[in-house]
Unconditional design. Sequence first.
Length: 411
Amino acid sequence: MSVSYVLDAARTPRGRGKLGKGALSSIHPQELFAQTLNALARRGEWSAADVDDVIAGAVSQVGEQGANIARNAVLAAGWPIEVSAVSLNRFCASGLQAIHFGAMAVASGAQDLVVAGGVESMSRVPMGADGGGQDGNNKNLRKRVFQVPQGISADLIATLEGLSREDVDALALRSQKNATHAIEEGRFARSLFAVTDPETGAIALERDEFPRPDTTLDKLAALAPSFVGMGQAEVGPNGETLDQLAVAAYPSAGAIRHVHTAGNSSGIVDGAAAVVLASERFVEERGLKPRARIRAMATIGSEPLLMLTAPAPASEKALKKAKMTPKDIDLWEINEAFAAVVLQTTRKLGIDPDRVNVNGGAIALGHPLGATGAMLLGTALDELERTGKGTALVTMCVGGGQGIATILERI
């Protein structure tokens, strides 16, 4: 196989995911991804007609995000009708998985130019809007493999890892401080573009809307745990609560300590992002200078009740493919779905925390499910170039017990 090059990356600002309150909540998700496509096309040394395929991740593929949102976004962008498109869902890793599929296509020689990323309007298409729940409401599957909501899994991980409320709040504060610093220094400027109102052309949002720069440890400590009530829901065949079912699977936990809050969990936001992937042939024929290459990719499954611990083994799998170790990675982007996920992954792999999420993460910036993976890769690329460093690893936990990892090498 040949290499897969990254030519460019672009993303929208993240808007608050509240209908009528977030700056992007009035904009159809097709339009968010369409504007991302055109932001890339405007500044690239290629045209939309060169694109072999567009791949978009979206988690809640229903309503406005149904009907193959990737294809409709291509049409909404005014791109040639010959440009094909496909949508996919690997839960929170959907945007990064789209990049994986695009990288596979150009590396194999099957295609030469692919735009891949994702979109999620969590204000217009809320989590759970597809009605499938965690397991698709399959009672037979539920008897065989019981899954709990991710918030319960996050608190179970914190309990098993001995992470205190102070530990997860400290990680959250660091995310807010790093994001604030990155925004003040304009570190997101290269990938970020202003979203406009499709009707009026007026700017709807030009910078991330979710961060809270005034966050303090005292303010974080004052927030109530988010998943206590959920943990007491009686859902088992004999009236067991979610907490009891989780502890039955992991008796060493004793009792779940609920430490995750709205302040140390990922934020609900709207947004879209994409990257441009090119084959070696396309780069050479056009005389282009790629920004990076995809050095290794991996996905892995993990125990579906604990669910959120797969970033570490997924990263190890990718590192093995690249013949690298965690110490060889200059920058890490570990998706901040919940603070415990980042802390557990960092501890498991022995990573220097100062290399992790140096520009903040989803706790401060928000997690637009289908788009986040592509946003993280773009952030890693920009930071590698800003600092002159060589390698970054992007990894994410995934619903149902999965993990994904991508190793990016700057050129």
